[in-house]
Structures are given as C-alpha cells and as structure tokens.
Ligand binder design. Structure first.
Ligand SMILES: *Cc1c(COP(=O)(O)O)cnc(C)c1O
Length: 488
C-alpha cells in the first residue's frame, strides 16, 4: 500500500496550498509581470531524475517559490494586458478544487447525473444572463455544453456542419462522402483556430476562404462573403460553414452577423459565431447589440475562462438544434449501454464533443454565477469597458499616437504614428520594465500594441499607470529632419 495522504494530512497541506494561493494573489502585483527566465532555466532548477522515495509536500511548495514562480508570466497580475485576460477568481478556484476532489467522469448522465444536470442548468442560466436566443436553451431543440476551449468549439461546429451539409454521408464515408470539394469561410481576422479546424477535420487549408474586412472597422465584408460563396457554388464546391467573429482577437472587431446570417440561411450554410472573448460582455444589457443576428446562428461559443471570472478551462458552446451535432458524434459501444441512455430521457454529453471523458467544469461556473450574481458580473465587465474608454481618450489626446482600429469593449489597439520600429522598441521596453505587459498585432500591416483590459483585479488606476509608463518609455520617433546622424 503506497503512503496515501491521509485525510488529516490532506487538511493540513490543503490549508498550506490554499494559503499559498491566497498569498500569491496578495503579492502578485509586486512581481514583474512577465517572466525573465532564459530558455532552459526552469528545467535547470529541477532534478534530472524523479525521486525514488516520496518527499514531504512542503518541499514541493518550496520549489514552487524557488523554481516555478520566477518562470511564470503572471496572468493574474492586475497590469497584465496581453492577449485576452484569463480570469481566475476565488469561487471558481475553490469549485475547481472540489471538482478535483470529486474526481467524477461525467461522460454519460448515468456516470454522474448531477454532473450533466448541473451543466445543463448552469448553461441555461448563462444563456439567460447573456440573453441568447431561446433555441440555445436545453428546453428547446438545441442546448449548451462546456467545451475545453473555443478552438474545440469551432472544430466541433465544423464536424456538425459537415454532417448536415452532406446528409450524414461525411460521417460514413469521410470527405469522399461529400462528393465534392468543401469550403469554409471566415474573415482574414478570424482566430487561427479556424485554420486549425479545417486542418484537423481533413479539409485542408485550401478549403478555408479568407473573407476581406472593412479596413476602417476590421469587420467582415458580407459583400465579399457573398461573392466567394457564389463563386464556389458556380464551381461545384459545397459551402459548409461560415465562422463569424464577435470580438476578433486582433482588434475586437464585430462581424455583421445579421447580414452574414441571412446569407447562410439563404444557402443552408452552417453559421458558427465565435464570441470567445466578447460574448460574455452581453451580461450587460447595454452591450446586447453584440448579439444582433444570433437568431440565425446554428452554433455559438463564448469563453467564461477569458473575461467572466472562471479560471481556465471553460468554453460555453451552444447549438440551436442538437440533431446534427449528435448525428455527427454519437457513438454507443456496448460497454456504455445503460437504461437511462436507452430511455432517451437524458443527455449524454460524450455525444456533444470530441473526447469521451469530461471534467465537472459546471461547478466552477455555478460557483462564479452564485458568488457574484448578475450584478457583480455586470460590474466586472463595465469597469473594464469604462477603463478602455478612458484609455482610448488618453491615446487620442497624445498626438504622437494613433488608434489604427476603433477601440472596442475592453480592448484598445494603439501605435506611435509612423514606422514599425519605434513601436517594436516601445513594446519591448514596456514588457521588460516588468510594470505592465502588453501583446501586439498588425492592423493593415502596421505593428500595433494591444492593451486588453480585463484582469480580475484590474482597475482604472492600473490602466492609468500603464498608460503613463507607455508615455514615459516613448522616445519620439525621428521626424523627417532628425535622421540617424543627429541621434545615434
Ligand atoms: C481566444 C480566442 C479563441 C481561442 O480561444 P481558446 O479557448 O483558447 O481556444 C478563439 N476565437 C477568438 C475570437 C478568440 O479571441
């Protein structure tokens, strides 16, 4: 019998671990946001071989401080403004701990009825909070399921879309079952996971049509989408899926879903709306314009693990009609047969995604919604949207800078006017300072800094300090008369 941790030891070390996390959150603001380790440095701090004898839990906690923390970029630092946020919060962390403790496998209703029913219920709550169309509720033809990520949601939508577009032939015969080439459409600003989905699904990258965007908004040009679909139809290609993005990764642009949806409906094309970052913002009634056109969507995904206080991973994926999804993915081997499944009275979530086994992630979303309430969630979003509005104003007031795309929601993209190089240098200086962390993108080809506001503990004063840092670290890019000679 190995030396399992006794319940008494678990209590003691559990308190140590919780204390460690609480202390980490208290001191994270004093740490440099981005890790400064060199490649290989973390591994060099670890023993080459696993221990032959078990070690005390305390030595693990010591190594956490010694080796791991210096090798972290602190995503929970209030001055972390890179990529999109990855919120962690007290209730979500504790519920995740409970989920780990329960250690249940919710692949079937029968393998843990509460796992399935809580997930259905909480996703109905979320649909209500975000004011999503009624078709996405479990009480209608569709329903929601928690996926690990928005990337998986896009791939899952593609598999369901292929099933529907080929009347089931793709499931039986693979792509040969389609009888012709298939096409997927997304704007050139869509997330890279759309490319990955066409690759993984076996369609290949050439199946993906990059729809142009309006350069002033970075949103999909529906006229170009219509042209691409018409050209494919004329060439005998089968249009399978359109991915519209609500809140693009680069600039938080919002594709015109009503126009895109009307086109999809006219041609029977599956519409998936990827609202990974922005979707959760519709908890605020004044941001519900983001939901325009969702009545046309066959599927929809948003990530509470980005901006809704639920630590990674938690993607809420909804379908308007679960028929195609289940048709594409249901498999019932003998060893999973059970009376509840045969009765048809229950949902078996293993038919709603790619993998079989699944974690009990609904617990953390449930904990978040109950702890904060709709009011608390709205405050969280509003605080960041207001801070982004203030930042955009400060950027506009400093004529060294420009906003190459409109500031949307809690994301502000800005750059020094002129060439890329001073922007790249400024960006490096900001991140090297340790006082704030930003990531970058290109807008119309130009190197652009992105400041995504949305950390659990990020307030207006953090944003203000970061902006002052940006200003302080800015050296005026050389004007036409000051060339390299005058300033080496
Ligand atoms: C972040 C993001 C994704 C990918 O999210 P994962 O959950 O990490 O897969 C997809 N689409 C958009 C628009 C995103 O912003």
């Amino acid at each position: 019998m190995p030396a399992h941790m006794t319940p008494e030891e678990f209590r003691r070390h559990g308190r140590q671990a919780v204390d460690w996390v609480a202390a980490y959150h208290e001191r994270v603001e004093s740490l440099p946001v981005a890790s400064r380790v060199a490649p290989g440095e973390v591994r060099a701090g670890l023993p080459a071989h696993p221990p032959e004898q078990g070690e005390p839990f305390e030595s693990l906690l010591e190594d956490l401080d010694r080796v791991i923390v210096p090798g972290l970029t602190h995503w929970q630092h209030p001055s972390f403004f890179g990529y999109f946020p990855a919120n962690a919060s007290g209730p979500a962390m504790l519920a995740d701990l409970i989920s780990a403790g329960l250690g249940v496998q919710g692949m079937l209703w029968a393998t843990s009825p509460a796992g399935t029913e809580l997930e259905q219920h909480v996703l109905d709550w979320l649909a209500e909070l975000l004011d999503l169309p009624a078709a996405f509720r479990s009480t209608g033809a569709g329903g929601g399921v928690i996926q690990d990520t928005a990337s998986t949601a896009t791939l899952t939508a593609l598999v369901a879309a292929l099933h529907r577009a080929t009347d089931g032939a793709a499931r039986r015969d693979g792509l040969a079952g389609a009888g012709r080439q298939c096409a997927v459409y997304a704007s050139d600003q869509a997330h890279s996971s759309v490319t990955k989905a066409v690759v993984v699904a076996g369609l290949g990258e050439t199946a993906l049509r990059a729809v142009r965007v309006d350069p002033s908004t970075q949103a999909m040009d529906p006229g170009h989408l219509a042209e691409l679909v018409a050209a494919d139809l004329a060439a005998g290609v089968l249009p399978v899926l359109v991915v519209a993005t609500v809140g693009t990764t680069s600039t938080a642009a919002v594709d015109p879903v009503p126009e895109i949806g009307a086109l999809c409906r006219a041609h029977g094309i599956w519409l998936h709306v990827d609202a990974a970052y922005a979707g959760v913002a519709t908890v605020c009634p004044e941001l519900r314009w983001l939901n325009a056109g969702l009545a046309h969507a066959d599927s929809y995904a948003t990530n509470p693990h980005k901006w809704l206080l639920t630590n990674f991973d938690c993607d809420a994926f909804y379908v308007a009609d679960r028929g195609a999804l289940l048709g594409a993915l249901s498999i019932l081997p003998e060893y999973l047969r059970n009376a509840a499944t045969e009765s048809g009275a229950v949902v078996d979530y293993r038919d709603w995604h790619i993998q079989l086994g699944r974690r009990f992630r609904a617990l953390k979303l449930w904990a978040v919604i109950r702890w904060y309430g709709a009011e608390g969630l709205r405050e969280h979003i509003r605080r960041h949207v207001a801070a982004a509005g203030a930042l955009a104003g400060w950027v506009r007031a400093d004529d060294r800078f420009e906003l190459p795309a409109p500031a949307n929601l809690s994301l502000v993209c800005f750059r020094l006017r002129g060439p890329d190089e001073p922007n790249e240098k400024l960006h490096a200086r900001i991140n090297e300072s340790g006082a704030a962390y930003l990531s970058h993108t290109r807008v119309g080809g130009a190197y652009t800094l992105r400041m995504a506001i949305g950390g659990t503990h990020t307030r207006l004063d953090h944003v203000e300090r970061a902006w002052h840092l940006v200003q302080r670290l800015t050296t005026d890019p050389p004007g036409p008369e000051t060339t390299s000679g005058s300033r080496s």
